[in-house]
Ligand binder design. Structure first.
Ligand SMILES: [Zn+2]
Ligand SMILES: [Zn+2]
Length: 394
């Protein structure tokens, strides 16, 4: 089959590789029909190279059709249309029963002290072959795959793999009071979707900050008050002015690590805490909104007693947090990898009607054949051609 294969820093190729086969009784094989390209794929493309091996298959946002099931794959049957969550979870361990599927104790990668395994995401998360491929082996198939109805196009459902549950959890954790104000930092796919979800739920107002014109315009179409970072020196002051001097009730930091654009292995090492290094900060600043600046804005712009919800991937050993400010302002901070299955019951009803309240049908800016993956990675990283969300079609 064809698959998107990692060969080195900024070197992904579409290679011919062996088809996956059932390995465990609770495995399934799916034929992939759509597969998202995610901001966190760019971490692998750029800085997490030391934790990749040449030949690793990328991708963790796939959907498709079940081809084959093992004898212990539960209710799943060949022909079922399914979306595959990016985290691999068993559904019956202590963590899964608490709704913390991203911490699944059956798939935790204990060798590296990490949570549940992920598709297509480095040795740290189990080195499981990913879904930017024609076929995918799905472990824990008795629980993982989300069955979706026939009819609507893949675009309607594919974001259940990552974007929708990640954005939903970000909004949930942000605890926006009814009618309250949410500030979203970063208008990549997660920031865009979190803003839409917050407006669909009961946020009174959603402010957002980014510096890419297409992203700002895209957010404004959904009723977000999108602010251009390039036009405002002091974002914290601006947010306070816009919120009666208090600050936003809640802030979602959706600035991904992909914001940096360049950085050697040092960043990756600090990414897993092996080498806390203030120099890493400098390296992450090239694209303007870096991870730490975003956190500083969040802490400054949230009102006293408000909540900061961190989404996207936090990889670094950061400079010491301003604990005094966090304590004095009584700020609540919540974060973590999305527990995909926990939010499916909330999300599916929003996808199965005709009204498409979250606008998923038109969410992707690009649909490209799998063979164009190398160009797609480059376009997404450079944010050229208005690329906000790219779906690959094997
Ligand atoms: Zn993703
Ligand atoms: Zn589990």
């Amino acid at each position: 089959m064809k698959a998107v294969v990692w060969h080195g820093k900024r070197d992904v190729r579409v290679d011919e590789v062996p088809d996956p086969v059932l390995q465990q009784p609770n495995d399934a094989i799916i034929r992939v029909t759509s597969s998202g390209l995610c901001g966190s794929d760019l971490h692998l493309y750029e800085v997490l190279g030391p934790f990749m091996s040449e030949g690793d298959i990328l991708g963790h946002e796939p959907m498709g059709v079940v081809e084959e099931v093992g004898p212990e794959a539960g209710e799943l049957r060949p022909g079922d249309r399914v979306v595959i969550p990016f985290n691999i979870s068993c559904g019956r361990c202590f963590m899964c029963t608490l709704g913390l599927q991203s911490q699944c104790e059956t798939t935790q990668v204990r060798e590296y002290g990490k949570g549940g395994a992920l598709f297509g995401y480095t040795r740290l998360y189990g080195q499981v072959p990913g879904g930017q491929a024609e076929y995918l082996r799905v472990p824990q198939a008795q629980y993982g795959p989300i069955k979706v109805p026939e009819g609507p196009p893949d675009d309607r459902f594919v974001y259940l793999s990552d974007v929708l549950p990640t954005a939903w959890q970000a909004v949930e954790y942000a605890q926006v009071p009814p009618g309250g104000t949410l500030l979203v930092l970063g208008l990549g796919p997660i920031g865009q979707m979190a803003a839409r979800i917050a407006l669909h739920r009961d946020a009174g107002r959603v402010l957002a900050v980014d510096l890419v014109p297409e992203r700002l315009a895209y957010a404004r179409e959904s009723g977000v008050e999108a602010l251009d970072l390039k036009q405002h020196d002091d974002v914290v002051d601006l947010i306070r002015q816009l919120t009666g001097g208090r600050g936003a009730d809640s802030v979602i930091d959706a600035v991904g690590m992909e914001a940096h654009g360049s950085g050697p292995a040092k960043v990756a090492q600090s990414a897993v805490g092996l080498l806390p290094d203030p120099a890493a900060r400098k390296l992450m600043e090239t694209a303007g909104v870096d991870r730490l600046a975003a956190l500083e804005i969040a802490i400054g712009a949230v009102r006293r007693g408000g909540t900061i919800s961190l989404s996207g991937v936090y990889g670094g050993m950061l400079d010491p947090l301003p604990m005094m400010v966090l304590f004095d302002k009584q700020i609540q901070v919540r974060m973590g990898q999305a527990n995909v299955h926990r939010w499916v019951a909330d999300l599916l009803p929003l996808l199965t009607g005709d009204d498409d309240p979250l606008g998923v049908d038109g969410f992707a800016t690009h649909h490209l054949p799998l063979g164009d993956a190398p160009a797609a990675y480059e376009m997404f990283q450079q944010k050229t051609d208005g690329a906000i969300k790219i779906l690959l079609r094997p």
